[in-house]
Design a protein around this ligand. Structure first.
Ligand code: PDD
Length: 289
C-alpha cells in the first residue's frame, strides 16, 4: 500500500481527510442526529447499491430528514470517491446529519444537512479465522426500539461491543425479552436441527444487506432455513452460530460466554455458506450478478 492521502467528501467537495472539518454545532456532534451507511466496494463497484440506497432512504425517513440526493447523484458521488481512493476493494462510509444550527432539540428550519463520505481499503477477516472462529459474549439488548434505523448515535452499540472486547471476544450477541435480536455491529444466524435460523427483520434489528445475501444463497442452494424468532435457549444450544456484516462477511462464532458452540469448531454449514459467499462475490466482480 502507498502513503496516498485519503480523499474524503464533505458537503459538495472532495478533499484530503486532514482538511475535513465539521463545526462543533453540527447536530451530529451535539445530538447524534443523523444516519449512516457502510457499503462494501468490490473491484471498485459498490456492492448491492440499490439495496444500500433503499436502506439509507428508510433510515432518513425514520429520522424525518429529506434525502439530499437522488440515487443517480449518490451513485455518481460514490464513483468519484472510489476513484480517488486506494484499493480495488473498499469500505465506503456515508454519513448525513441534520446540519449545523444553534443547540435546540427541535428540528432547525431551512438548514442544509451535513454530508460526509470516506472510503478506505476493505480489510476482510483473515483466513486463519475460518479455522478457529471467534468468541462472542451475550448481553441484554438495552438499545432503543428503532434499531432498524442505521443511526449514527451508536453509544449503546459501542458499550455493548466493548463488553466483548473486555472479554477478549469479537462480538456481543444481544437478547431482548428472551429472544435473539442481532450483534452489537452485525447480524447473527443460528444453526439448530441442521436448519439455518435467522431472526425476522423488525424494528429491533438492523436489516443487514449481508443478512439478505445469506438468506438468498441458502434459498438458491437448498439449505434448509427459517426466518423466525429465536429463543435464548436455541442460541445457547446451537450447532453453529455465525456473524454477518458488510466488513466481516460471514464469520463463525465458536464460543459463547466461554462455552463451545457445537463442538467448538466452525461447522459444516458455515464452510458451505462461506464457499457460496466467495463464489457469489466472484460472480459480482465478473459483473454476472
Ligand atoms: N455495521 N446490525 C448492526 C447493529 C450493524 O451495525 C451492522 C453493520 C449489521 C450488518 O449489516 P450489513 O450486513 O448491512 O453490514 C447489523 C456496519 C458494518 C458498521 O456499523 O460498521
Amino acid at each position: 500500500m502507498t502513503d496516498q492521502i485519503q480523499t474524503v467528501y464533505l458537503n459538495g467537495k472532495f478533499m484530503p481527510i486532514e482538511q475535513a472539518y465539521v463545526p462543533v454545532l453540527d447536530r451530529g456532534f451535539i445530538f447524534g442526529d443523523g444516519v449512516y451507511e457502510v457499503i462494501p466496494v468490490y473491484s471498485r463497484r459498490p456492492f448491492r447499491l440499490p439495496e444500500h440506497l433503499r436502506r439509507l432512504q428508510h433510515s432518513l425517513d425514520g429520522i424525518r430528514l429529506k434525502n439530499p440526493h437522488t440515487d443517480e447523484v449518490w451513485a455518481d458521488l460514490f464513483e468519484q470517491l472510489i476513484a480517488r481512493n486506494e484499493g480495488e476493494d473498499q469500505y465506503l462510509y456515508l454519513h448525513i446529519t441534520r446540519g449545523v444550527a444553534k443547540r435546540d432539540h427541535a428540528f432547525p428550519v431551512n438548514v442544509p444537512p451535513t454530508i460526509f463520505m470516506m472510503s478506505s481499503p476493505l480489510v476482510t477477516p483473515p483466513e486463519a479465522l475460518r479455522a478457529t472462529g471467534v468468541a462472542a459474549v451475550s448481553a441484554l439488548d438495552n438499545r432503543w426500539l428503532r434499531c432498524d434505523i442505521k443511526a449514527i448515535a451508536l453509544l449503546p452499540n459501542v458499550l455493548l461491543r466493548q463488553l466483548a472486547i473486555d472479554a477478549g471476544a469479537a462480538e456481543t450477541l444481544l437478547l431482548r425479552d428472551g429472544f435473539l435480536t442481532e450483534g452489537a455491529a452485525s447480524n447473527i444466524f443460528v444453526v439448530a436441527n441442521n436448519t439455518l435460523l435467522a431472526p425476522p427483520k423488525t424494528h429491533l434489528m438492523l436489516p443487514g444487506i449481508t443478512y439478505d445475501v445469506i438468506l438468498e444463497l441458502a434459498a438458491a442452494h437448498g439449505i434448509p432455513h427459517q426466518v423466525r424468532e429465536i429463543t435464548e435457549q436455541e442460541v445457547r444450544t446451537a450447532q453453529e452460530l455465525w456473524q454477518t456484516s458488510s466488513t466481516r462477511e460471514v464469520v463463525p462464532i465458536t464460543t459463547l460466554d466461554g462455552k463451545p458452540v457445537g463442538n467448538g469448531k466452525p461447522g459444516p454449514l458455515f464452510h458451505k455458506m462461506y464457499a457460496l459467499y466467495q463464489d457469489y462475490k466472484r460472480a459480482v466482480r465478473a459483473g454476472g450478478v
